[in-house]
Design a protein around this ligand. Structure first.
Ligand SMILES: CCCCC/C=C\CCC/C=C/CC(=O)SCCNC(=O)CCNC(=O)[C@H](O)C(C)(C)COP(=O)(O)OP(=O)(O)OC[C@H]1O[C@@H](n2cnc3c(N)ncnc32)[C@H](O)[C@@H]1OP(=O)(O)O
Length: 201
């Protein structure tokens, strides 16, 4: 029931958020998705287990050492989510990490150093696409945060409807990217930590 209520509530949001973007920002992922489906390729950085009987998919991030959000990783993540969106049987999505100790270390720092302006633009568009796609998903989404989740990792969890974090004092979460001189736009951090529940490891 709770799942259904959350889904209904979310569908209202989607009406607003899924308006076609004038920038056409979703077209890159869709184009990649089409070509990947054609090639029937599988992704090594993301593992998806979909349970037909429950309608819930578990998406495990498995990009060692720290699930950093590189352009490739973000693209694969969006493709995986897009594939699940297209499956009407899939109602819920749990995002977690298959690495020990780390949910996601956030944006891949190597993407932000010594890259061409074009590549930087592509990278930041992919970041934007990721959080818009997650936030406007028609599935009920849950981040099962089973390790540290700084900066972009925190952002990823914020795009979900619910967050549950392992109760381990060695794990941290938060928007610490200001230490690197990256400033989150106003309003993105509302209700973050407040709505993050913890559970025993
Ligand atoms: C366009 C509009 C967008 C709207 C955006 C809205 C809001 C913006 C908010 C989001 C902004 C995000 C910016 C970022 O995410 S910047 C990245 C910030 N991340 C960090 O500062 C994390 C740094 N890492 C750590 O704290 C730790 O690594 C750890 C995740 C806690 C794990 O610790 P541990 O298990 O001890 O592992 P190591 O530290 O030894 O690292 C192993 C290995 O991984 C490399 N690495 C770590 N983090 C990153 C990273 N983010 N990117 C790339 N690589 C990373 C690390 O260098 C080690 O590599 P080597 O083994 O080769 O040394």
């Amino acid at each position: 029931m709770a799942l259904r209520a959350a889904l209904r509530q979310k569908c209202g949001l989607i009406g607003i958020l899924s308006q076609p973007s004038s920038s056409g920002s979703h077209s890159r992922v869709s184009a990649v998705l089409v070509s990947q489906m054609r090639n029937n390729a599988t992704s090594p950085k993301i593992k998806v287990d979909f349970n037909q009987s429950t309608g819930v998919a578990v998406l495990s991030m498995q990009s060692p050492p720290v699930n950093s959000l590189s352009l490739d990783f973000l693209t694969e993540l969006c493709i995986s989510v897009e594939k699940l969106e297209m499956d009407r049987a899939c109602r819920g999505l749990i995002i977690t990490s298959s690495l020990p100790k780390v949910f996601s270390a956030g944006l891949d720092i190597l993407e932000m150093y010594g890259k061409s302006p074009e590549r930087c633009g592509e990278f930041w568009r992919a970041v934007q696409e990721m959080w818009l796609k997650m936030y406007s998903s028609n599935m009920v989404t849950i981040a099962a945060i089973n390790g540290s989740s700084p900066a972009g990792g925190c952002l990823l969890s914020l795009t979900c409807d619910y967050r549950i974090m392992s109760d381990n004092p060695r794990y941290s979460i938060g928007l610490n990217e200001t230490l690197l001189g990256i400033v989150a736009p106003f309003g993105t951090d509302k209700n973050i930590i407040k709505n993050t529940h913890t559970c025993s490891n």
